[in-house]
Design a protein around this ligand. Structure first.
Ligand code: NAD
Length: 243
């Protein structure tokens, strides 16, 4: 049987590149998947819900709806995130732009953990996967200070929670993808293909990740196969941070 048989999973950003691949993979492994995104017009999940993950009411809403519909929560994959414009110096970063990135990338993870972990505890334990990034552990030189800072904070928050709940059956890990070929990345490099080429030079594998390769790492962290993995910084970056 599947590696997530009987598990109820919430995936945020489920309409996006990594989220949609993860939803497909989780379901193929037997999970029931509630997908959350800004709009609910996407497919490939058991239940699609529209919510802004930066809103506390919205977060409480989709978590309660999940438990009302399926009776439990086992896996919480906090994957939604935004990337601001590339190559904007801190000197030109507005407070508003900074704040929106912190709200969507960081405040959302805090809210989902605050309101989701009690539900995982009620289910007798579970797995939280928070999507950080390679930029959380190394200088990325992308001049995206708000993004980098938000992902660094997601990483430290995840480690802290992993330690706090280690004895109570809730595992919390930070998944750190390298550059992944998704709409987010394509948009970032659309204006300047030379920038993509520069990034590729530094990638030991010489290519970007496919969303599927991040999804399969998420599957491992979601499943009981990773039962001894918590508070980890889980790099899936083609060797980028190791080089
Ligand atoms: P994506 O843009 O394809 O998907 C992100 C999804 O999140 C989109 O469907 C978007 O609608 C949704 N979303 C955005 N704001 C939201 C909000 N406020 N509420 C609910 N949903 C919202 O991007 P992706 O590449 O699949 O990224 C997924 C995660 O992986 C993000 O956290 C991103 O920062 C991270 N990441 C991506 C890369 C990469 O190279 N693509 C690298 C490292 C980390």
């Amino acid at each position: 049987s599947g590696r997530l048989e009987g598990k109820v999973c919430v995936i945020t950003g489920a309409a996006g590149g990594i989220g949609a691949e993860s939803a497909a993979l989780f379901r193929a492994e037997g999970a029931t998947v509630v997908g959350v995104d800004l709009q609910d017009d996407f497919e490939g999940v058991d239940l699609a819900l529209a919510a802004d993950v930066a809103s506390e009411d919205a977060v409480i809403g989709f978590l309660q709806r999940t438990v009302a519909e399926y009776g439990r929560l086992d896996v919480l994959f906090n994957n939604a995130g935004i990337s601001p414009d590339d190559d904007v110096s801190v000197l030109d970063t507005t407070l508003e732009a900074w704040q929106r990135v912190q709200d969507v990338n960081l405040r959302s993870v805090f809210l989902c953990c605050k309101h989701g972990i009690p539900l995982l505890l009620e289910s007798g334990g579970g797995s939280v996967i928070n999507t950080a990034s390679f930029v959380a552990v190394m200088g990325a030189a992308t001049s995206q200070i708000s993004y980098t800072a938000s992902k660094g904070a997601v990483l430290s928050l995840s480690r802290e929670l992993g330690v706090e709940f280690a004895r109570r059956g809730v595992r919390v890990n930070a998944l750190c993808p390298g550059p992944v070929d998704t709409p987010l990345l394509r948009e970032l490099y659309a204006s300047d293909p030379a920038k993509a080429a520069r990034r590729l030079i530094h990638l030991p594998m010489g290519r970007f990740a496919a969303a599927r390769e991040i999804a399969s790492a998420a599957l491992f962290l979601a499943s009981d196969e990773s039962s001894y993995v918590t508070a980890s910084t889980f790099m899936v970056d083609g060797g980028l941070s190791g080089a």
